[in-house]
Design a protein around this ligand. Sequence first.
Ligand code: NZQ
Ligand code: ZN
Length: 385
Amino acid sequence: MKNFQYYNPVRVVFGKGTIRELKKLLRDKSKILFLYGGGSIKKNGVYDQVVEALKGKDFIEYSGIQANPDYEDCMNCVLLAEKENVDFILSVGGGSVLDAAKFIAAAIYYEGGEPWEILIGKGRIKKALPLGSVLTLPATGSEMNANSVISRREIGEKRAFSSPHVYPEFSILDPETTYSLSKRQVANGIVDAWVHVLEQYMTTSLDSPLQDRQAEAVLLTLLEEGPKAVLSNKDYEVQANIMWCSTNALNGLIGCGVDQDWATHGIGHELTALYGIDHARTLAVVLPGLLSLMRKQKEQKLLQYAERIWGISMGDTNVRIDEAIARTCLFFESLGVDTRYSDLGIDEDAPEKIAARIDGRNEVFGEGQNIRGPEIIKILKNLKD
Ligand code: NZQ
Ligand code: ZN
């Protein structure tokens, strides 16, 4: 196992009716920026619950944060928060609203030049405004991690940053808030959480049996509960399990002391930046090609995954690996998420375009730091070597 530090200060408040806990959680805040998205919270009653809990508090609202939150919107919020002397940001919605809150919190105190520098690895974050969240979409794990992903449509970029200063102080996870999700969003969330696990599990690390089994526990639970959630997302226990799975998929615990990959996400972000495809749907088309191309490097883990998740233990190594990849695709497709690049219906030269963009930034992905432009083209075209 590699050396590691694990720090996670997020207070998770989980369960039915927990939005009312906001009253206590926000007791010492004097001016709150209440941030939300395009209006789902007004239709499903979450907005009313939040406003009720905020009664007597001084707060302002900013709505309209888009899916794949946009830099310009965030910068408008920074101006508003400064003008209004806000001392806390409350995000209510999915990962996009929360990621926007994290970026705004960091940008307010950013002392360098343009806050975009934070997202291109040029800026150091020394301080951020405190923030908290009411999560309504289980998927990203943002509620219990220090990451944020921001898009800048004006220049066609989607970039991420991470800082311990932007951990939420608390995250309220009430599974009942997820009852209003569309089937598409439920399925996206399951696929996103699945791929978060694989980015940390499907590498070359072989000496981490506890982290492996924690990762496999998340996968097996998603495998059991996922199809039920897509069929109907009104069962409290199913939604509670899915919600806790997606938090655990990316709160840092299963990634302790192990190699991590993140190539699927790196390539997927380019597909969203260029073609506006849902985050999870990019992952579902990148992952199969990645696992297939990197099969030698990941062989032991792929075989372990084949056996422990899919019960495949017989046959030649390549046959077992192919079968595990095929079963993964079938699972995603059973949820309604396409897994073939051709299903995206985008430009034929997109793989070359994406490879050139990533190479142009000198970015290298993968636990072996060996995924560059040429490999990216093969991954997107699903070529074995
Ligand atoms: O905007 P509203 O009206 O709220 O609608 C949203 C949005 O249209 C809707 N929604 C959310 N909760 C709902 C609901 N609709 C009905 N009922 C509810 N309870 O769902 C749509 C998608 O929401 P969004 O927040 O964009 O989805 P998600 O949580 O999947 O977040 C995606 C963003 O997170 C980033 C992605 O790249 C993408 O930008 N990620 C963030 C990560 C992190 N911070 O750690 C890791 C991930 O890998 C990911 O990259
Ligand atoms: Zn993701």
